[in-house]
Each structure stands twice: as structure tokens, then as C-alpha cells.
Ligand binder design. Structure first.
Ligand SMILES: Cc1cc2nc3c(=O)[nH]c(=O)nc-3n(C[C@H](O)[C@H](O)[C@H](O)COP(=O)(O)OP(=O)(O)OC[C@H]3O[C@@H](n4cnc5c(N)ncnc54)[C@H](O)[C@@H]3O)c2cc1C
Length: 469
């Protein structure tokens, strides 16, 4: 049996970053992937959705253009071209990961891997040939899959998950999206902007259930601009085929039982760890419904076996998988690294965007913190006005005693880029005063963050005294 130093199973953000890190630290690394390098993120998640969203942003900018005296007439979207460009962007990114593996001397094996024991990995390739390897260290990075919806009709043709929605070859005339989390909202934004009649059905009382209430309600209002119909506190009970190749979605809503007809139904009710066929029992690796259990070193209960990314069921986000991947690789290489309590940003790519880190106002109060809140609207920010993107606000939640920032919630233009500063501030245990005193470049959207920090003590400069953002 061939011997390997480090075998990594799964080449998504968790696995491929672990591979690079371990190789940079001098390890001989083998990366096993059954589909494409880059995993869900590059192939069926973060990147293809953003490529489509970029098209939608361009389309929207033509709408804003009217305000600037720029009249674009006869604008048409060629969805086949938009999709093809998305596929090309994915190809570039996937081949970029391939290049990085080569440059770092990582051996890539195509096949499905399974643990046979705490040190043995079996790989079965596409031709059903199997090979087994003895590994000194193993990193499990098999990601997640769409969570199924256990209701009648969930298997009907036309009922899709996010991967299915990315494979659509034309813009559907109507779509019901079940679940108003980040994935449901991104697809809702994309397809409604392209002309699909979208109905969003969410079980909980607010869209983006774990985000700030003010942010969620502002986003809900802005979704109306795209004519997205939003039903919160509503439970889908079943889906059936209906006349004209349509699907009928039955839901119990706040206004009683209702049926919605649509050409396509997108199920976006979350994701679950990909544990199937991984041989966890055989290797004695402890796992639960949420995923594989790991400590702060990313090590499982079996010494020398690590797990990173979505399969650990913590934050199902690519950047968290990156961070976990680095920690696991360092430990596998004999260093000592931990992922302690870190500030993890959460981004929702709607138009405008939502981004947050740390606690929402309600979560901070529920945890018993004595807090102060600073707000600043983008309508009072010079750059936002110049851009014609004045919707939204920045909200900073701080604790009273030391002024430490507990959370930042942004709804507005480029929120997902702006949140980086908040992540750094929180990582350095910064205060609102630190943010307020830092000289921010002018004119930029970052000034809204500085002003929100000033507003914590009612000292925002570009809104009238006493007026809250
Ligand atoms: C539509 C959508 C949009 C998203 N947008 C964002 C976003 O904007 N930002 C963000 O941070 N996150 C986003 N995510 C989440 C992000 O994609 C995941 O958090 C991230 O991909 C997790 O990385 P991972 O390495 O844990 O797993 P994955 O990326 O899922 O990779 C796991 C890999 O393991 C392989 N594999 C599985 N089992 C085996 C096996 N037995 N043998 C060999 N290979 C195996 C799979 O083929 C896959 O390639 C999005 C997800 C979706 C679905």
C-alpha cells in the first residue's frame, strides 16, 4: 500500500487551502477530489452566482443611468451568453486552483475517497478502479449538500436546488423560492431582475432570520423594487403538478392556506454536511447531525484526523472553510494553531447587499449586554449620493463599559466589501472611538462606517444633531 504524508479528501475552499498551506510548510500532500477542484464554492456556489449577479448589476446600472441622463434603449439580456460567461469565469477559477496545486507540488487524485481505518484511505476512480493509501495525517473536507425538503412533491421535475437553478438554460417566467436565507435571496434577486415573477416563502417571521431585524425589514422593502412577493411566517406543505406544465405550491400563510403556481420551484432551506460513504464509523470519527465534531485545532476525536469546512457544520461559508483549512494544515504539519472565537463576516449578495459580523442589536440585548447603537444612512454619505446608491445604512452595536464593538450590520451599496473593516476592528478588539478617530478616505462609502461609529455617542457629523441614522 502506497504511503502518503497528508491526504486531504475534498478540494473545496477548506481542502484546497489546507493543501496549499501544508505544502508551503513542507508537507507532501495528496488531494482527492471526485468532481472539480474548487468544490461547491467555485463550481456551484459563491462564484457562479456572483457571475450571474454581475450581469444583473450591469442591467440595474442602466436603470440608475436614467438619473444620469444615460438612456439605454432596446436593452436585452441574452441569458445563454450570461450563463456561458458564468461558466467561463468558473473555468478560469477552477484552472487557477489547478495551477496552484501544481505550483505547490500537491498531488491531485481524481476519485471518491473513503476511510477504511484511522490511517487508511481508499480511492475509487471513475473507472471503478480502487487504490488504498496509508496516510500519516488525514484532513476531511467533503463539504455539504442541499438539505432536502421533506414534503410531498419535492422530487417533481422543476423542483430544483441551487445547483439545478444554476443549470437553467432560460429565464423561467415564474419561480417560487422556499427559504429566504442568503441563497434564496440571491437567486430571487438574480431571476427577478431578469424578468421572472418571484415569490419567496419563508417559514420564520422575517427574511434572513438570523440577521438584524432593521436590516431584514429594509431589505424586504427593497425587494419590492424587483416586484418580489415575500411571504414570511408561511409554511409550504406540498407541491403538485398543475395545468400547463406548472407546479402548484401549497402553503399555510398568515392569511390562511394559499396556492402559488410557478414554472420552477427552488428549494433553498439550507445545507447539510456531506458525510455519506466517508467511512467515519469505520475510522471511529465522531460526528452528529450538524457534522463532524472538531476541537479548536480542527482535530477530530481521532488524533491525526482533522475536518474543515461545511462538513464540520459550523459556519457554512467559504471564508470560514479557508480559515479552518489553514489551521488544520498547520496542526497536521506539527505546528500549533487554533481557531479561537473569531469574528466571522456574513454576506448576502442582494441589490443592495447585506453584510454583518458579530451580534445584531437584539442578540446583544438578549445576551444581557448593556449597549449603545450608532447608525448612519447612506443617503447622508457623499459617495453614495454621487453613485446614485443611497439606500441603506450602517449600524454599529457597542457595549457600554469598554466601548468594544459587539457587532456591525450593514445594508447598502458594497456592504460585502465594507464589512472587511469591521472584521478587522473586531478582531483587534477595537472600539467605536478607534473607528471614529481613524481618518477614512473621502469620498468613500467607508465614511458611513466612521460616521456610524461617531453616532454611537450622538456625534455623527453629516446628519443633524439629535437625528438618528
Ligand atoms: C448557491 C450557493 C452560494 C454560495 N455563496 C457563498 C458566498 O457568496 N460566500 C461564501 O462564503 N459561501 C457561499 N456559499 C457556501 C460555500 O460554497 C461553502 O461554504 C464552501 O464551498 C464550503 O467549502 P468546503 O471546502 O467545506 O466544501 P465544498 O466546497 O462543498 O467542497 C467539498 C468537495 O469535496 C468533494 N467530495 C465530497 N465527498 C468526497 C469524497 N468522498 N471523495 C472525494 N471528494 C469528495 C466534493 O466533490 C467537493 O468538491 C454558497 C453556497 C451555495 C450552494
Amino acid at each position: 500500500m502506497a504511503e502518503k504524508d497528508i491526504v486531504i479528501i475534498g478540494a473545496g475552499p477548506g481542502g484546497y487551502v489546507a493543501a496549499i498551506k501544508a505544502a508551503r510548510l513542507g508537507g507532501k500532500v495528496t488531494l482527492v477530489e471526485r468532481e472539480e477542484l474548487g468544490g461547491t464554492c467555485l463550481n456551484w456556489g459563491c462564484m457562479p452566482t456572483k457571475a450571474l449577479l454581475r450581469g444583473v448589476e450591469i442591467l440595474e446600472s442602466l436603470e440608475t443611468g436614467k438619473e444620469f441622463g444615460i438612456q439605454a434603449e432596446g436593452v436585452k439580456v441574452d441569458f445563454a451568453k450570461l450563463s456561458a460567461r458564468k461558466d467561463r469565469a468558473v473555468k478560469v477559477l477552477v484552472s487557477g486552483v489547478g495551477g496552484l496545486m501544481k505550483a505547490n507540488g500537491v498531488e491531485v487524485i481524481k476519485g471518491t475517497a473513503q476511510l477504511l481505518s484511522p490511517r487508511t484511505v481508499q480511492v475509487v476512480d471513475e473507472k471503478n478502479q480502487s487504490a488504498s493509501y496509508q496516510a500519516k495525517k488525514i484532513i476531511l473536507a467533503t463539504g455539504s449538500v442541499s438539505a432536502p425538503l421533506p414534503i410531498p412533491g419535492a422530487q417533481l421535475p422543476g423542483v430544483l436546488d441551487s445547483t439545478g437553478a444554476l443549470k437553467l438554460t432560460r429565464v423561467p417566467e415564474s419561480m417560487v423560492i422556499i427559504g429566504a436565507g442568503p441563497i434564496g435571496l440571491e437567486f430571487g434577486t438574480i431571476f427577478s431582475a431578469l424578468g421572472t415573477r418571484v415569490t419567496l416563502v419563508e417559514l420564520l417571521p422575517q427574511i434572513l432570520p438570523s440577521e438584524d431585524e432593521e436590516v431584514a425589514s429594509a431589505l424586504e422593502k427593497s425587494l419590492r423594487r424587483f416586484k418580489i412577493k415575500v411571504l414570511t411566517g408561511s409554511q409550504v406543505k406540498g407541491i403538485e403538478e398543475s395545468a400547463g406544465k406548472k407546479l402548484k405550491v401549497s402553503a399555510v400563510t398568515g392569511e390562511g392556506e394559499k396556492d402559488f403556481e410557478a414554472e420552477v420551484v427552488l428549494v433553498a432551506v439550507g445545507r447539510k454536511p456531506n458525510l455519506e460513504g466517508l467511512g467515519l464509523q469505520e475510522a471511529g470519527v465522531r460526528f452528529g447531525k450538524k457534522g463532524i465534531e472538531v476541537n479548536a485545532r480542527m482535530e477530530t476525536n481521532i488524533p491525526g484526523i482533522y475536518a474543515v469546512g461545511d462538513v464540520t457544520g459550523q459556519w457554512l461559508l467559504a471564508h470560514f472553510a479557508f480559515a479552518q483549512g489553514e489551521v488544520a494544515a498547520e496542526n497536521a504539519m506539527g505546528r500549533e494553531a487554533q481557531l479561537g472565537s473569531v469574528a466571522v463576516p456574513r454576506c448576502v449578495y442582494t441589490l443592495p447587499e447585506v453584510a454583518s459580523v458579530g451580534l445584531t442589536e437584539k442578540q446583544a440585548r438578549d445576551k444581557g449586554h448593556e449597549i449603545k447603537v450608532g447608525r448612519f444612512p447612506f443617503s447622508a454619505n457623499g459617495k453614495a449620493t454621487v453613485l446614485g446608491e443611497r439606500t441603506g445604512f450602517v449600524k454599529i452595536v457597542t457595549e457600554v463599559k469598554y466601548g468594544e464593538i459587539l457587532g456591525v450590520n450593514i445594508f447598502g451599496p458594497h456592504a460585502t466589501d465594507l464589512i472587511g473593516e469591521a472584521v478587522l476592528a473586531m478582531g483587534l478588539e477595537g472600539t467605536a472611538e478607534d473607528i471614529a478617530r481613524a481618518i477614512h478616505p473621502h469620498p468613500t462609502l467607508t465614511e458611513a462606517f466612521q460616521e456610524a461609529a461617531l453616532d454611537v455617542d450622538g456625534m455623527a457629523l453629516h446628519i443633524p444633531p439629535g437625528k438618528k441614522g
